[in-house]
Write a protein that binds this ligand. Structure first.
Ligand SMILES: Cc1cc2nc3c(=O)[nH]c(=O)nc-3n(C[C@H](O)[C@H](O)[C@H](O)COP(=O)(O)O)c2cc1C
Length: 324
């Protein structure tokens, strides 16, 4: 399948693995890229620009296909060394960067000068248009269904994608709720040029996370996620567990009085215990409603081939036959 996204990134299939904290490391990114998609290393999971440079090097040893780096730009009291991470990315020769969170404008000149294609992940039409106006090459539009931070507008992809497609000129990737060939065909029909998946790629053989995490996704239904931190305007979609129930309870109790400190023990620095040790109640972790569509733990190659085959069958047989 050829779309504006396969052409832009020089990949075989229009399928991207979104940046994922403590999941998107070299093993997963390389597996996705080797399967013809675009794998992405999560920049901030590497604790310093030097470590990120080493991780990119490790990934390059595992694949000769294009892969990218995610840089999540978060508001922080002590921000990470973003200029250092940008320098490490530029020096590494990586040709794709997925930015997410705040406006990446100040980092674009350095990335563009190095010939890097930038895809900005955002959750609203206005932010997608802003990304286009500042020179991003593509956008990844994350609907309300998505794992992680869906923004504060709560517009699901059935509305958000065609709204964004109607206004954007640059290629767009549909993100949030994507799991299979049906998702890909639907995304294309809604105006996207490809799909971005998070939760689905966590439940793969190559995702370097504890089996408990993969099994929790397989066991979960579409009803098992919760939105937390709304009152802090930092809404996150996470899998329900004991820690999340505590957060929800505190949010109900404290209302607009809630501060980050009240829930810090459930949300800050918990990823290593969950992803690496498999302590499933250690804290809140991002997971999408799409868990309800995930029933197995395939290799990335099996998953991507299955998606492409299902999409082709849907287009050639089901959709085409409706026109006869
Ligand atoms: C465990 C996990 C961690 C994530 N961490 C990040 C992150 O650090 N930065 C980011 O931009 N997106 C992050 N995401 C969001 C994904 O990149 C992607 O946008 C989202 O998962 C899409 O929704 P889906 O899970 O329904 O496919 C994370 C998602 C998951 C499941």
């Amino acid at each position: 399948m050829k779309t504006r996204i396969t052409s832009l990134f020089g990949i075989q299939h229009p399928i991207i693995q979104g940046g994922m904290h403590f999941v998107g490391v070299a093993e997963l990114a390389a597996a996705v890229s080797n399967a013809g998609g675009l794998g992405i290393i999560t920049g901030l999971t590497q604790r310093s620009p030097e470590r990120l440079a080493a991780e990119i090097e490790r990934c390059r040893k595992m694949t000769d296909k294009p892969f990218g780096v995610n840089l999540t730009i978060l508001p922080a009291v002590t921000p990470p060394d973003y200029p250092g991470y940008i320098e490490a990315i530029v020096a590494s020769g990586v040709k794709v960067v997925e930015t997410a969170g705040n406006n990446p404008q100040q980092y674009l000149p350095a990335l563009k000068a190095a010939g890097i294609k930038v895809i900005h992940k955002c959750t609203s039409v206005r932010h997608a248009l802003k990304a286009e106006s500042i020179g991003c090459d593509a956008v990844s539009v994350d609907g309300f269904e998505c794992a992680g931070h869906p923004g504060e507008d709560d517009v699901p992809n059935m509305i958000l994608l065609p709204r964004a497609a109607g206004e954007l000129k640059i290629p767009m990737v549909a993100s949030g709720g994507m799991a299979d060939g049906r998702s890909l065909v639907a995304a294309l029909a809604l105006g996207a040029d490809g799909i971005n998946m998070g939760t689905r790629f966590v439940a793969t053989q190559e995702a370097p996370v504890h089996p408990n995490v993969k099994n929790a996704i397989v066991a979960a239904s579409e009803l098992d996620t919760r939105l937390i931190m709304r009152s802090l305007r930092n809404t996150e979609r996470v899998l329900r567990n004991a820690a999340v129930d505590r957060v929800v309870h505190k949010e109900r109790q404290l209302g607009s009085e809630l501060t980050f400190t009240d829930i810090a023990s459930e949300v800050a620095g918990v990823y290593p215990r969950i992803m690496q040790q498999g302590e499933m109640d250690a804290g809140a972790w991002s997971c999408g409603m799409v868990a309800g569509l995930i029933h197995d733990i395939p290799t990335c190659k099996e998953l991507i081939e299955r998606i492409m085959a299902q999409a082709e069958t849907l287009i050639r047989r089901r959709l085409n036959s409706l026109l006869q």
